[in-house]
Design a protein around this ligand. Structure first.
Ligand SMILES: [Zn+2]
Length: 170
């Protein structure tokens, strides 16, 4: 914040309080260079997160809607609300930290998939079947097989942290 008297960049906040309507913050500042005091009013930013849809149209990010979609995939699965909320936080955080506060539906979908992959296999498959919009049973089965292969690969990857079994020295 620049000093309005001398233009110095070094100013220090000495007091801040929110205005009555709660929509702005009133700050008393002091300039470190000329010592003059001044007041600023900062509007609290409520910049919405924007979701870019596949057709290029934009709409406001709806956290509740996202959670509902994840919940649908997790129906009757032992997935805690906490882990669903954490996944939503992760996705929301990613959008907030992007320069334009924008995220595409594709990106959201991939992030949900990545999250569910770690949380619950069945929920992952369910979400994938909706999200990837499989046009036929074959493509869906192909995707399932891909998942199985990935699992198999994981299972076959030797765990190097495990101790070698005893008494089997060559
Ligand atoms: Zn100054």
């Amino acid at each position: 914040m620049k000093c309005p008297y001398c233009g110095a960049e070094d100013t220090r906040v000495i007091d801040s309080r929110s205005s009555e309507d709660g929509l702005s913050i009133r700050r008393r500042r002091v300039c470190e260079k000329c010592g003059k005091r001044f007041t600023t009013y900062e509007k609290i930013e409520t910049m919405p997160i924007i979701v870019i849809k596949k057709d290029g149209s934009r709409q406001e990010f709806d956290r509740q809607k996202l959670i509902e979609r994840i919940l649908r995939a997790c129906q009757k699965r032992k997935v805690s609300m906490e882990s669903i909320n954490r996944l939503a936080d992760e996705i929301e955080g990613k959008a907030i930290n992007s320069p334009q506060k924008e995220i595409s539906t594709t990106e959201i979908g991939e992030l949900v998939l990545l999250g569910l992959w770690k949380i619950d296999e069945v929920a992952y498959v369910r979400f994938a079947s909706v999200y990837r919009d499989f046009d036929s049973l074959e493509t869906f089965i192909a995707a399932l097989n891909e998942l199985k292969e990935k699992r198999l690969e994981e299972a076959l990857t030797p765990d190097l942290t495990e101790d070698a079994p005893e008494g089997e020295e060559a």
